[in-house]
Design a protein around this ligand. Structure first.
Ligand code: AMO
Length: 435
């Protein structure tokens, strides 16, 4: 539709063509209103029945809700119209009529359960609240990409069909690749590291990861979007700075450019940006001490334990904001994380926590060939299977660090969604393979 005007751009005095969905039809007898909704907003079309051709009135007022309609007419100022302007129609065409019984109510007046919403995502995203989540997600990712570019990272795309896992063997989805066993990739980890050894040096990727997690929780997905960063010649503390920078960029951009969406979700753009102070950096030892001291844990943590959900919540409540946990026990971090030479029990791995859940994992990587291969063996992995990766450590691998976070966890924590599935268009979980 070459001459189409978006609802939000209709100005009084113009002759316009608008097109969208029949949001609401109000027939008051002598006069009827059709509220047309498009991607930009809504516009009122007025049918003063006596002044208009009967067939035009018939088409415009008998249309079913959510049918797709185009209207040609004159825009006039009208204070009582929701946007201060309305259209007096000259032509109305129903481009696609909707069945009268809808699986969910796009006006949002009647709540739908999450499974119904996910089964009917096209209809669900006609609701302002659902659409706002994806506008915010898109803006956050745009800002993160821009930030990556500003810090000199090159965006890469790495394979999603791979021969080996990286983040623990039990979470792999096996597939058959021309008669050979292969897997859906859990993380770009090894490929992004291989790229810091290349002329690219500093890389980022925003792409899918696959985890055959048994967990069926409000914060786990079986297919997620990983935002990855890796850079040569930086320490894990510098990697944390970049990580914090991307997060600030995302919050700032959403506060600046998604005011209406934030309002729809019950937030004010003012004050939405993250607080100016840097995120606190606690060592793992400090973190478990602090969590134990809250008195809220059902079981006290000892050195070597992973942070339980209990502990994450207790710390989150105490700190009330994002915080890093650094210097984790080596045993609970993957083989590619470097340990302190003077204290091999302690690694240079870090996590960024949001009060509700873990958001980021990262660390200084082991870039020296011998300790890397020893690390594989210590974790019961066969270094031979990873030869394509370890080999490159023999030809000049610089010291490097990096991290990754899930786009869905970012959005979930940013706008306080009850379930991570709300931040994915078509989530994959144990029950859900379609749509
Ligand atoms: P990790 O396995 O901790 O680390 O994953 C990094 C981040 O990715 C997100 N994430 C998930 N989100 C939803 N559902 C899941 N099943 C899921 N799994 C992971 C989380 C998590 O913090 N290679 C390392 C990263 C690195 O060191 O660079 C890795 O994958 O936000």
């Amino acid at each position: 539709m070459r001459d189409r005007t978006y609802a939000a751009d209709v100005e009084p005095g113009e002759s316009v063509t608008v097109a969208g969905w029949a949001h609401e039809i109000r027939d008051l007898g002598g006069i009827a209103f059709l509220i047309l909704r498009d991607g930009s907003g809504r516009i009122q079309v007025k049918f003063a029945k006596e002044d208009l051709d009967a067939s035009l009135v018939e088409t415009g007022t008998n249309v079913t809700r959510e049918s797709v309609v185009s209207v040609v007419g004159e825009a006039e100022a009208e204070d009582r119209a929701p946007t201060g302007v309305e259209i007096v129609p000259e032509e109305v065409e129903v481009l696609a009529s909707a069945e009268p019984e809808l699986p969910l109510d796009p006006s949002g007046k009647v709540d739908a359960e999450l499974p119904t919403r996910l089964d009917n995502r096209s209809l669900d995203l006609r609701r302002e609240e659902a659409k706002a989540v994806f506008e915010i997600r898109a803006e956050a990712l745009r800002a993160i990409r821009e930030f990556f570019r500003e810090v000199g990272a090159t965006e890469i795309t790495t394979p999603k069909i791979v021969a080996t896992g990286t983040e623990g063997g039990t979470e792999l989805f096996p597939i058959t690749y021309f008669g050979q066993e292969a897997f859906m990739n859990q993380s770009p980890q090894l490929f992004k590291q291989l790229m810091v050894a290349s002329g690219l040096e500093r890389v980022c990727e925003i792409g899918p990861i696959f985890r055959a997690e048994e967990h069926n929780t409000p914060r786990h997905l079986n297919e997620a979007t990983s935002i990855d960063f890796e850079s040569a010649f930086i320490t894990h503390h510098e990697a944390m700075d970049v990580c914090e920078g991307t997060l600030r960029a995302a919050y700032d951009a959403v506060a600046t450019n998604c005011g209406a969406e934030l309002e729809t979700l019950g937030f004010e753009a003012e004050g939405f940006a993250l607080p100016d102070e840097g995120f606190p950096r606690l060592t793992y030892e400090e973190a478990i001490e602090r969590a134990n001291a809250t008195g809220e844990l059902t079981e006290q943590l000892v050195w070597g334990d992973d942070l339980t959900t209990d502990a994450e919540h207790a710390l989150g409540d105490a700190i009330d904001g994002h915080y890093f946990v650094t210097d984790w026990p080596s045993d609970i971090k993957p083989f590619y994380i470097q340990d302190y030479d003077d204290d091999p029990e302690v690694s240079k791995g870090f996590d960024l926590m949001h009060p509700r859940m873990e958001l980021v994992s990262g660390g200084q990587r082991e870039h020296r060939y011998e300790p890397l291969v020893e690390g594989f063996e210590a974790q019961g992995l066969d270094p031979e299977a990873f030869d394509y990766y370890t080999r490159m450590f023999r030809y000049g691998m610089p010291p490097h660090a990096g991290w990754a976070y899930g786009a869905e966890r970012l959005v979930t924590t940013m706008v306080g969604l009850a379930n991570i599935r709300e931040a994915v268009l078509f989530p994959r979980d144990r029950q859900r393979l379609s749509p």
